[in-house]
Design a protein around this ligand. Structure first.
Ligand code: NAD
Ligand code: UPG
Length: 430
């Protein structure tokens, strides 16, 4: 089928490249000319394992990119994969996706045949129907349910494994209000369903919107609960990882997302939990458990700094930060736990030398005045303390490199460093 995808970020580019691999002809629409150029020349605009190969194979032929919205007219279905960031008060800011819907509606106004619009972005229940569909009707002059349909298809891929996740999902969710929309979505996803056999959830639009928030809030709260349990375990000198491995054997709990540490970051958990809290309050409901999950998460980076301070006084000390990305496998630093850690160290008067295999350039834009090292060893050399913030594999292989520190105090926020007699090791968990 001929698909267009508005927004070529982490989701839009990954989904587009994967749909091309599945045999569809895909056009990415983005306002960023650099991204458009990169895709057309076969280069992935973001760091994501496996994406380079797909964009190299399909970019410029079965996968094209443009800044021109009218390219949508030559497609059957448009996915909206635009950002839905947090406002200052945590509520969802729909201004970008509204602008995208407006441009989409304007171009659909002169399209002759039926079109399916699919919201891929994460949006609060009611946004697809009450906000986006209304904008498209208004700007196109067309009637929803007749000339076009709108559907909601939330995305569950994780950064760092986005291509693999998209091609091998546990489930695909189709939120649709007409048979025709549901059938068209089914046809688009047919090659994926045939290949990886996920559960197919056919549901209403509002339910699809809420499934995404419920999914993320459940996982974020699970990790916060694990962090709280890990903190209590530490007080009692109990190995939290052994405890979690055991409770994970209970199928009702499950073995994944049980790693306690410095907390969750990224472009989704923080913003989606905040948006759900805000949306609940809008309806007069106080979501105290979700608020507590956020509070536990906010405290973990502070706990890491307190642990470091229990070993050394920070003013004027050289502190190595290992890991800037919010998780391994990505260059994304949005809401990374490394950000409050850098700020906390700066407030205490420490000198920072940071290392990350791929995310340093993104962090440099936000913190141009800290030192960035080219390797973990270079960051550690001469440092008075080291904080492990991201669980990159290469950090778990570090060993006598720590001996190059002036004072080998290592505080592990991810439980990945092997203890040895030559370092003073401490961690968030025992
Ligand atoms: N990042 C993830 O892992 C992930 C996973 C699942 C769902 N989501 C959701 O998907 C949505 C997109 O997230 P993302 O991380 O891909 O965003 P992103 O910030 O990585 O990418 C958004 C892209 O949209 C482009 N853009 C902005 N305004 C535009 C416009 N008017 N027209 C065309 N392009 C425009 C930007 O240039 C950018 O390339 C969000 O709602 C997010 O919550 C994200
Ligand atoms: O046991 C765990 C698992 C995760 N994390 C942290 O949780 C955050 C999020 O990790 P992960 O969920 O793997 O990455 P994301 O790319 O943010 O993916 C989440 O957010 C996406 C955007 O909505 C969803 O699509 C995914 O399903 C959902 O997992 C990261 O900071 C991790 O370090 C932990 O601390 N302990």
């Amino acid at each position: 089928m001929k698909l267009s995808i508005i927004g070529s970020g982490y989701v839009g580019t990954t989904v587009a490249a994967c749909f091309a691999k599945l045999g569809h002809s895909v056009t990415n629409i983005d306002i960023d000319e650099e991204i458009v150029k990169q895709i057309n020349s076969g280069t992935a605009p973001i760091h994501e394992p496996g994406l380079d190969d797909l964009v190299a194979e399909y970019g410029g032929n079965q996968l094209r990119a443009t800044t021109v919205y009218s390219a949508i007219q030559d497609t059957d279905t448009t996915f909206l994969a635009l950002p839905t960031p947090s406002r200052e008060d945590g509520s969802i800011d729909t201004s970008i996706i509204e602008a995208g819907a407006r441009s989409l509606g304007e171009t659909l106004g002169t399209k002759d045949d039926y079109h399916l619009v699919v919201v891929k972005s994460t949006v609060i229940p009611g946004t697809t129907e009450d906000v986006l569909a209304s904008i498209i009707e208004e700007t196109s002059g067309k009637t929803r349910g007749k000339h076009f349909d709108i559907a909601m298809n939330p995305e569950f891929l994780r950064e760092g494994s986005a291509v693999k996740d998209f091609l091998n999902p546990d489930k695909v969710v189709f939120g649709a209000e007409t048979k025709r929309a549901n059938e068209q979505l089914t046809e688009i996803f047919d090659p994926l369903v045939a290949k990886s056999n996920p559960a197919v959830v056919e549901t209403g639009i509002r339910e699809a919107e809420m499934i995404k928030y419920a999914n993320n809030t459940f996982l974020a709260t699970k990790v916060s609960l694990v962090n709280e349990l890990g903190n209590i375990c530490k007080e009692y000198e109990v190995d939290a990882y052994e405890v979690m491995n055991a409770i994970g054997l209970d199928e009702r709990i499950g073995e994944r997302f049980l790693r306690s540490g410095v907390g969750w970051g990224g472009s989704c958990f923080p913003k989606d939990t905040a948006a759900l809290v805000s949306a609940a309050r809008d309806k007069g409901y106080e979501p105290s458990l979700v608020e507590a999950a956020i509070e536990v998460n906010d405290k973990q980076p502070k706990r890491l700094l307190e642990l470091l301070e229990s070993h050394i006084a920070l003013p004027d000390k050289r502190i190595a930060i290992l890991g800037l990305a919010f998780k391994p496998g990505t260059d994304d630093i949005r809401n990374s736990r490394s950000i409050p850690i850098i700020e906390g160290l700066q407030n205490k008067g420490a000198q920072i030398v940071a290392y990350d295999p791929v995310a340093a350039e993104n962090m440099r834009e936000q913190f141009p005045n800290i030192e960035y090292a080219d390797t973990a060893l270079m960051a550690l050399r001469g440092a008075d303390g080291a904080l492990v913030v991201t669980d990159w594999d290469e950090f778990s292989a570090l060993d006598d490199e720590f001996e190059q520190m002036r004072n080998p105090v290592v505080v592990d926020g991810r439980r990945i460093i092997t203890h040895n007699d030559n370092i003073t090791y401490d961690g968030l968990t025992w």
